[in-house]
Design a protein around this ligand. Structure first.
Ligand SMILES: C[S@@+](CC[C@H](N)C(=O)[O-])C[C@H]1O[C@@H](n2cnc3c(N)ncnc32)[C@H](O)[C@@H]1O
Length: 200
């Protein structure tokens, strides 16, 4: 199998890292959901050495992620695990951070709901959840290119599409989190950072 490659990952990895440096400053173990090629996993592990990074994805992606991971020489990148957000329990007990990039617009809405239900189970109080990708606000696209992208996504899979920030934030609240920061990112993307509420 040829090693998978995403140019988009190369373009967005540095801006994402700059946010994650702050968001995960006090975290130790991060679960990445939907690692895709594995490029983000290797880059984040390399540049956030205080973290233990756990890549995951649906089974068919694992071989490609393994190829990227096998070239990494550090010891803070774990072998990728199979994780479909709809299949409970997730094959991981506890982490204090969750990261996912460009996944919520690929998943159906019921999968997005499953993602937040799963996050609720693996993130303890104070845990941080960061999601990167395009979002709509107050029912509107933030750019013509996002509108075209949404049209393309829905032609390919009618259940996919750019999500409304407000609806996603509602799911995060129902999962026990509050929005810490909504970062503006290049190319009309956002990085949303939530934190699990402390119960005390
Ligand atoms: C556009 S790719 C993004 C990959 C990578 N995170 C990136 O930014 O390049 C979408 C990812 O969502 C994952 N995905 C879709 N449905 C999923 C599900 N039900 N459970 C877990 N991952 C899922 C896909 O397997 C794929 O890796």
């Amino acid at each position: 199998m040829t090693k998978p490659f995403s140019q988009a990952c190369e373009n967005n990895k540095l801006p994402i890292l700059n946010v994650l440096k702050v968001a995960f400053a006090r975290s130790q173990q991060v679960l990445e959901v939907g690692s895709g090629t594995g490029q983000h996993a290797v880059f984040m592990a390399q540049n956030l050495p205080h973290l233990s990074w756990q890549p995951s994805d649906q089974g068919i992606y694992l071989e490609g992620i393994e190829q990227w991971c096998s070239e990494y020489e550090g010891d803070n990148l774990l072998a990728p695990i199979p994780l479909d957000v709809t299949e409970y329990p997730w094959p991981i007990k506890r982490v204090d951070g969750v990261f996912s990039a460009n996944t919520l617009h690929i998943m159906s809405w019921s999968m997005v709901e499953a993602f937040f239900r799963g996050v609720r189970k693996v993130l303890p109080c104070g845990g941080v959840c960061c999601v990167y990708g395009p979002f709509n606000y107050e029912g509107s696209f933030t750019s013509p290119s996002n509108q075209q992208f949404d049209h393309w996504l829905r032609q390919r899979d009618p259940e996919s599409g750019i999500r409304d920030f407000e609806a996603v934030d509602q799911l995060a609240r129902e999962a026990g989190m509050f929005l810490v920061q909504d970062y503006e990112m290049p190319a009309n993307n956002r990085l949303l950072q939530w934190q699990m509420l402390d119960l005390e």
